[in-house]
Design a binder for this molecule. Sequence first.
Ligand SMILES: [Zn+2]
Ligand SMILES: [Zn+2]
Length: 224
Amino acid sequence: MAKQRILVCPVCGETQQETSVCKSCDNSLDTDGLLYAEGSIGPWSIRDPKSPFLPGMTYDHLAELARRGEVELHTILRGPTTRQLWKVARRVPGIAHILGRCHSCGEHVAAQDRSCGACKTPFLTYRDRNNFGVDLTVPSEGKVEGMSSFLSDSSILDTQSTPLTLPPREESENKNAEENTGSPPFHALQRKNKQDGRTIRILAVVLTICVVALGTTIYMLMNR
Ligand SMILES: [Zn+2]
Ligand SMILES: [Zn+2]
C-alpha cells in the first residue's frame, strides 16, 4: 500500500494530506500561490481567532482590507505604529484615517486626507516590510501617501526588501580584479619589469656562485 504523503501548509502550518489548496487557509500551494503569499507577508496583523497561525501582512494588504470594509473601526490590529501591541483600528496610525477617523483626536476625516483638519496630525503610510517597529527608532518613518492610492494586486507584491545579491567572488577572481586596473599595454610593461627583476636576481646568484667556485679552485691550486 502506497504511503500517504503529509504536507505542512507553508502559510498557516496546518498539517494535511498532500493537496494543491490548503484546507485551512485556502491558499493555493503551487509556485504562484506561494509567491503571492510570500509577497504579502509583512509586519501588520489582524486579530482573528479563526486563523491565529497566519503570518502578518504588508501595510498595503491591510490598507486594502480597510478600504474594502473587511477591517472596521473596532477591528483589533497590531503593527509597526502600535509597537506590535494590539490596538483598536480607529486608534492605529496609518490605518484609522482610511476608516474615516483621525487616530490621534478621533475627528471624522476622509480616507484620502493627508492630515487631520482638527489636530493637524499627519496621516502617513508604513510600507517598510522588514521593520516591526519594535527597535529604538519606532516605527520606521512613515511616508506621505504618494501616487499609489489605487492599489493593484501587483503593488501588493511590490516589496521594499533588499534584493538578493550575487555570492561573493572567488579569491582567484579577486586577484584578477586587482590586476585588471589599468590598460593592457601597462600590464605588459608591468609584467616585463617583474620578469627583468627576476632575471637580474638569478644572474646575481649565478655570478656569486661562479666567483666563489673560482676562488676556491685558485686557492686549492696555489696550496698544492
Ligand atoms: Zn494553510
Ligand atoms: Zn486629529
